[in-house]
Design a protein around this ligand. Structure first.
Ligand SMILES: [Zn+2]
Ligand SMILES: [Zn+2]
Ligand SMILES: [Zn+2]
Length: 143
């Protein structure tokens, strides 16, 4: 569940999903610019939660659950962007930035309210597709 994640969990899941391939801890470390030890404990935590596969010296790979979680956090992020951009008149860039910080605070319920309010948008302000998520779908879009 999105609200139980730490900011680093969030970044690691998003990074693996966006790169769309298994990554070595060293590669993730470079992409995210975080200390190795912090990243190591994060990967073990995500492994124990079933979101990634990982064995020492091998690559970190998203599981099906991890992939689903990634889709959900991106769905949340993009809908928060829409809210900030359309409702609060932030620029696309500001909305993009701020949504990262707010992402772990909003519940699925709030996210789906935003989806409804803006008539189930298909794209975020910067033009990325708003993904569907099995764990977080808004009822109204499935008629
Ligand atoms: Zn959700
Ligand atoms: Zn919707
Ligand atoms: Zn965006």
């Amino acid at each position: 569940m999105v609200q139980d994640m730490t900011m680093l969990d969030y970044q690691v899941i998003k990074c693996l999903f966006r790169e769309n391939r298994p990554l070595k801890i060293g590669q993730i470390k470079k992409l995210l610019d975080v200390p190795h030890s912090t990243l190591g404990s994060c990967v073990y935590r995500l492994k124990s939660q079933g979101y990634v596969e990982y064995e020492p010296y091998y690559e970190v790979k998203l599981t099906t659950e991890g992939d689903e979680l990634a889709k959900e956090i991106l769905r949340h992020k993009h809908l928060i962007e829409i809210f900030l951009y359309r409702e609060l008149d932030l620029t696309k860039e500001q909305a993009h930035e701020e949504s990262e910080r707010l992402n772990l605070v909003f519940s699925c319920e709030v996210i789906n309210k935003i989806c409804e309010k803006f008539d189930h948008p298909k794209e975020c302000p910067c033009g990325e597709t708003i993904l569907n998520s099995q764990s977080c779908h808004c009822q109204q879009s499935i008629i």
